[in-house]
Design a protein around this ligand. Sequence first.
Ligand SMILES: Cc1cc2nc3c(=O)[nH]c(=O)nc-3n(C[C@H](O)[C@H](O)[C@H](O)COP(=O)(O)O)c2cc1C
Length: 327
Amino acid sequence: MDLNFYRRLSIAPMLDYTDRHCRYLLRLLTKNTLLYTEMIPANALVHADPEPFLKHSLEEYPLAIQLGGGDPETLALASKKAENAGYQEINLNCGCPSDRVQNGSFGACLMKDSEKVARCIEAMQKAVQVPVTVKCRIGIDHDDSFEFFLNFIKTVHEAGCNTFIIHARKAWLKGLSPKENRDIPPLNYERVLELKKLMPNLNISINGGIKTLEHAKELLTQLDGVMIGRAAYENPWMLKEADSLIYNTQDPIWKNRKELLTAYLPYVEQELSQGCPLTIITRHLSSLFNGIPGSRKYRQMLSEQAPKAKDGVELLQKAMAFVEEIG
Ligand SMILES: Cc1cc2nc3c(=O)[nH]c(=O)nc-3n(C[C@H](O)[C@H](O)[C@H](O)COP(=O)(O)O)c2cc1C
């Protein structure tokens, strides 16, 4: 499988968002886009029961797992478990600025120690056959020169990593919440484009603030991949023409969002029968009809009735009936 083909468009790892139920829905909209898990702590895979963290459906492929960690040995063991479970890429998080992650000395603070990241990558690559990739920022705190960024990438590349996904904004570890640090400081796409010019053999995906497939397509004229986060979560329907626009293949045939949701219902039924709480699934569905008459009533019904619903599929059908979708 040529993952670089699928990597032209990817959906960002997002904690609490890109779980397997969300990914299954996104996959109904695009067969090719590379999907990422939420960040999974390597420690949890090695020291706890890994099954709940690794569980996924074959339908979600192409699928990458993102690991959080900073210890080469633990990351290597976690990577092996992920590969054995079927994940097709192992990504190391070098971009998350949260306190919890900083306390564990991983995420964005790894950018301050490129040698350590290099050791992690080496150990992970030795453990698995699938590609090992890095998601990082363009800098961190006051280390925000192009030279710093380039040195980080070069050191990690020398350890064997050829694929980088770059959130084009620096990480700020003190004084901003992770949420604020997704919008401040401003994006700097130039840094990423400059890197690609200097190191054309690397596979570079850009991330941050990309809201439309048209914008993604434009960036693909200069880069190898585009990663979209919030825009795709908040409005999954935006992906409906991803296969034709980005990959030149045929789009799925959903006439409208109701048809999409109807196609998702057998999955919901199956998950509910295996004991999954309905709300774990419906939280990903509440924004699906935003902007369409009736969507407020749809959302309201889901939020009020999903926690106590006896028949989850019936509730979704009833809620969907409020939506007056044309076409
Ligand atoms: C709710 C949420 C959770 C996130 N969790 C992760 C994560 O687990 N790992 C990671 O590398 N980035 C995480 N991010 C950052 C995104 O992957 C992405 O880099 C960021 O949102 C910028 O892209 P966007 O402007 O397209 O949303 C998260 C973002 C959001 C909104």
